[in-house]
Design a protein around this ligand. Structure first.
Ligand SMILES: Nc1ncnc2c1ncn2[C@@H]1O[C@H](COP(=O)(O)OP(=O)(O)OP(=O)(O)O)[C@@H](O)[C@H]1O
Length: 257
């Protein structure tokens, strides 16, 4: 049977149209946000703590219902199963399942093939994140970085059109953070999914994205095109272009641009 992993890349833009959510108690966590994450591009979402980044991402994923406005995919996916994947700050692996069985889970949920097909596709995905030798280990036998790699493999195993990442590397040290950032970029290069990534880290936002959206108090105050070319490498961070863009994003965040 056709491997889901090897099927032609499909990506959709995610459009948020006048999106608002007001929680009981009056908190307007997201306030009239109109924003497009372009198909096959990476959009980084930055902003101070509590400004609504996670809520906006959850609205995009359909995990929250907006009070006003709408979220749509363009083109609309044929079926919703496995089309939008979410990577959380914690890897959230099932402790009683091996790495391979954790990665197989989304394939089971969408009813992809039989057990053997699911295992084959999961193993292929684990190999892409460099963990084929750890496939039989349980989560407690994996390091923090390995767990996050399993989590990323699980998210991408159905070849989603859209990958949403909520501060996926925040709990990891700088070196691992950079390695996993590079891994996500390699996977993006293979799959060309649309990605929206929430991060507190400006350098990470710049290193991984095509565009940076800045949020303050529930609103997207600006969407900045990232001038840096691909492929990106660690050495890019010492270039004048990187420094200039870093200054622009920082000023937007402080509201002094
Ligand atoms: N379920 C909820 N009920 C009530 N208020 C909420 C709920 N979820 C989030 N909020 C509030 O909405 C606002 C935005 O929260 P959100 O988690 O989206 O911010 P954030 O930018 O992701 O923050 P951080 O960077 O600290 O994770 C905050 O004031 C938060 O307290």
């Amino acid at each position: 049977m056709d491997s889901v992993v090897n099927s032609p890349a499909l990506a959709s833009a995610i459009r948020c149209d006048s999106l608002s959510i007001q929680y009981a108690g009056g908190v307007r966590a997201v306030d009239s946000v109109s924003l497009t994450a372009d198909a096959s591009k990476v959009l980084a979402l930055v902003g101070p703590s509590g400004c609504g980044k996670t809520t906006l991402l959850r609205l995009m994923a359909g995990l929250e219902k907006p009070t006003q406005g709408s979220v749509s995919m363009d083109p609309v996916a044929a079926g919703s199963r496995g089309e939008v994947a979410f990577v959380f700050q914690q890897p959230t692996l099932l402790p009683w399942r091996t790495a391979c069985q954790n990665v197989m889970l989304p394939l089971e949920l969408i009813g992809h093939g039989n057990r053997r097909d699911q295992r084959e596709v999961a193993m292929e995905m684990l190999a892409r994140v460099g963990l084929e030798d750890a496939s039989k280990r349980f989560p407690h036998q994996l390091s923090g970085g390995m767990k996050m790699r399993v989590s990323i493999a699980r998210a991408l195993v159905t070849r989603p059109r859209v990958l949403l990442l909520d501060e996926p590397f925040a709990a990891l040290d700088d070196m691992l953070r950079n390695q996993l950032g590079e891994l996500v970029m390699r996977l993006w290069d293979d799959h060309r999914f649309t990605a929206v990534m929430v991060t507190h880290n400006i350098a990470e936002a710049i290193g991984l994205s095509h565009q940076v959206a800045v949020m303050r108090s529930g609103r997207v105050t600006s969407v900045l095109d990232n001038p840096l070319s691909f492929p990106r490498s660690e050495s890019l961070r010492s270039t004048p272009e990187f420094g200039r863009f870093y200054g622009i994003v920082s000023a937007e965040l402080r509201g002094v641009s």
